[in-house]
Design a protein. Structure first.
Length: 411
């Protein structure tokens, strides 16, 4: 059959057809070779702590970032990236209540370079870093925008009326995408050390009691107990997913807010929400925020899935320095400790605080206090819910590794 078809074509026709076919294949090859990197999705997570902007793609993106003043802008150049609908949609995703970003503009700066210009509401400290594919995510280019002067969580707790949002700066409605880096631009990813965390730490040794004798005994006022409430996951890290589409990050935040209200209605107790919205906080950052607020107790709330679909009930966990007390505890700790991979952490920023906690000699005493707290909580939970285990489980949960704050995880 094929031989019969060939007879209908002369050698010159076959030659001309072959040339045309080769030309078409060449053009297709050239087009493919010059195809830019496709942005799969753009996401933005605004919060008072920091705003995160994520560009997801199938390939890693080469990039450059710099700041421009008067008015405040942040510029990101993306090399060999196509402008598509996903990228253009970023401009409409900026919320009016974003503390740091006023608007975003996207345009072709020059051949081979797409420029993003972020008009800012205030001066910021940005971090731009890459994340390799993990889980359901591809390559991610992540921009974290922190305030130049972070709010003091302890001041926010004691004097909430004195804590104001960052001052806004005006910028023109339309500014061309031609910002150039300032002279001697040395702005790289700002190095964040643990010094600012540790310098605010106060071990608060108990003050000696004054001698009390005779009449006129002064009224002794109990010190307010500060409890840090950590809603697990958030932002890029949804946590476990329910069969009806619910996400763990939303469930834990709802529980944390309700618990915070109950604590604040209890005399001599104040709650501190570690995560107040839908955004991600690294595991080390959660304990650091609790220490800055001088928390007396740390409670991490989770609502995880389990290895059996019909599982229900509650569990209470504390830190272990010597391995997990059960296979389930080991599995759960491994899963929760992977949150930084999913949520996305800038590994270029070193945190000596977290490394130091593993060697702190006070860890053993803190674990004992954590176990005491966990047993009381487990007993109360037993009154209202089934328990997965009748005793407190222990494993190496990174979020519980504070050397001086008794910490538990409730699942």
């Amino acid at each position: 059959m094929f031989a019969a078809v060939i007879k209908f074509f002369t050698p010159s026709q076959w030659l001309a057809g072959s040339v045309r076919l080769a030309a078409v294949l060449f053009c297709v090859g050239v087009s493919a070779a010059h195809a830019g990197i496709e942005i799969i999705a753009t996401r933005i997570w605004p919060a008072q702590d920091y705003t995160r902007l994520t560009l997801e793609s199938r390939q890693a993106i080469r990039h450059n970032m710099f700041l421009v003043n008067n008015p405040d802008r942040l510029v990101i150049d993306l090399e060999e990236v196509d402008i598509n609908d996903a990228l253009n949609q970023l401009t409409s995703k900026i919320a009016g209540n974003d503390p740091y970003i006023k608007s975003v503009r996207v345009g072709r700066f020059k051949p081979g370079v797409v420029r993003l210009v972020l008009d800012l509401k205030t001066q910021v400290k940005p971090q731009l870093f890459d994340l390799n594919p993990v889980g359901e995510y591809g390559n991610r280019l992540v921009l974290d925008i922190y305030p130049s002067h972070p709010a003091d969580p302890l001041l926010a707790l004691l004097e909430p009326d004195k804590v104001t949002p960052p001052a806004s700066t005006d910028s023109p409605a339309a500014t061309p995408l031609t910002e150039t880096p300032p002279a001697n631009d040395t702005m790289a990813t700002p190095e964040v050390t643990g010094s600012n965390v540790l310098s605010n730490h106060d071990t608060r040794p108990p003050a000696p009691m004054p001698a009390i004798s005779g009449k006129n005994i002064p009224e002794l006022r109990a010190r307010t107990l500060i409890i840090a409430i950590d809603a697990g996951h958030g932002g890029e890290d949804p946590g476990a997913r329910g069969s009806n589409g619910s996400q763990e990050k939303n469930v834990t935040l709802a529980i944390a807010r309700r618990l915070n209200g109950l604590i604040n209605n209890t005399p001599n107790m104040r709650g501190v929400l570690i995560r107040e919205g839908d955004y991600f906080i690294p595991l080390g950052g959660r304990t650091a925020k609790a220490r800055k607020a001088r928390a007396d107790l740390f409670v991490s709330i989770h609502a995880d899935a389990f290895i059996k679909p019909n599982a229900h009930g509650s569990s209470v966990f504390a830190l272990s320095e010597h391995g997990a007390t059960s296979t389930a505890a080991r599995w759960l700790a491994k899963k929760e400790n992977e949150a930084d991979l999913i949520g996305g952490v800038n590994i270029a920023v070193k945190d000596p605080y977290l490394a130091r906690t593993l060697l702190d000699l006070s860890q053993t005493a803190t674990i004992n206090d954590s176990l005491t707290l966990a047993k009381h909580v487990l007993g109360e939970l037993n009154q209202i819910n089934d328990l997965h285990s009748g005793h407190v489980e222990q494993a190496g949960f990174a979020v519980l590794k504070s050397p001086d704050i008794p910490s538990i995880l409730v699942e």
